[in-house]
Write a protein that binds this ligand. Sequence first.
Ligand code: SAH
Ligand code: SF4
Length: 394
Amino acid sequence: MLVETKRDAGMTPGKDKYVQLLDSPGGQWERPLFGLSNEQLATVMGTFGQPAYRSRQLSDALYRHWHSDLDHISTLPKDLRRGLIEAGYRMGIPSISETFRSTDGTERYLIACGDGQTVETVWMPEGDGGEKGDGSEAAEDEENYHRATICVSSQIGCAVNCRFCLTARLGLQRNLTSGEIAGQVVSVLKRHQVRVDRDRINLVFMGMGEPFLNYDALMDAVRLLVGEVGIAESRMTVSTSGIVPGIERFAAEAVRPKLAISLNASNNLVREQIMPVTHKWSIDAVMQAVRRMPLRFKEKVSFEYVLLGGVNDKPEHAAEVASLLRRANIPAKVNLIVWNPGPGVDFHMPRPEDVEQFQRRLLQGGIPAFIRRPRGRDIYAACGQLKRTGSTVS
Ligand code: SAH
Ligand code: SF4
């Protein structure tokens, strides 16, 4: 069993870490290769006196072929493989420890982390109800290959404390490493035998946690997923509760996914009640930061809006959201999410007619608006329901 991790004090490159295997003879230390950048892999190869092209071979084995056993990488010489293993190196691709399958085809996974904790990841086949997971329209030509959205976690638990969210109940347990973030994607791609060059896979960083409160690991993971795994950043969306310094750093990135803001209220008064983070960064401050972000051709910023019955779902709220977004004058679209209930979270679902009316009002106000079909509610895989649970929630 894996029980303890510790930072490597400069013996090996960068963010490498050792993981002690309690049940391994002599309490050996292991070093996972998964999560290392190409540059870091080159440094590892350098310590074995190997030329730079060996790191490309190792990177392909890790991030393109998803080998879980160093001994099976036939492109590397046998002696080198043995040397790496003797030095404690392991491939270290995270493994799925439990799978929950919804009647709608959604799958929720518990993925084992190095320290015995688990993190949640969700696979949603066929996008998100007539649209892709990011809210853009679906393609017609979807036979014989995967079209799916993977919902990725960035932290275990969350410190932001939105009142309507089940993940908030956990508090922040810890940040995930870049390897653990990218590893969720790779272990799910491997399970479904996805062909990255052919299948249409979208990634949404909308699982557990606030991505911009784990910024460096998130962006390291994004760079691995774009550069090594081969998923285009235009197929990725990062969702934030409105952490302004994070939005500003994100805006300056050369390679970045699309941005989604969890707006969830039409004015600061309501938002402060349901998202205390608004006291720190008001809606105005968030909008200003978003406005300064240079957008790509045809790129839109998504605004997520969780409809809470009787709280933020009235026609006047919709009118206020429309005018807020018109004033902001950015290419935007709104994804309406019907609140998913959870035990001990004291809100109500909106009435179906209010949801439709809300969408109509936004459309009338000139704002593209989509209603997100809830996915995997029966297995607690829907938005805001991730809480490291088994088949039932306690
Ligand atoms: N922390 C980030 C990303 C994870 S939450 C963020 O807040 O944006 C992903 C989305 O789920 C957010 O838009 C959030 O508002 C929404 N959400 C949280 N709890 C929910 C619930 N119980 N029902 C529906 N959506 C919820
Ligand atoms: Fe954290 Fe997002 Fe849940 Fe808010 S909605 S508590 S930011 S995971």
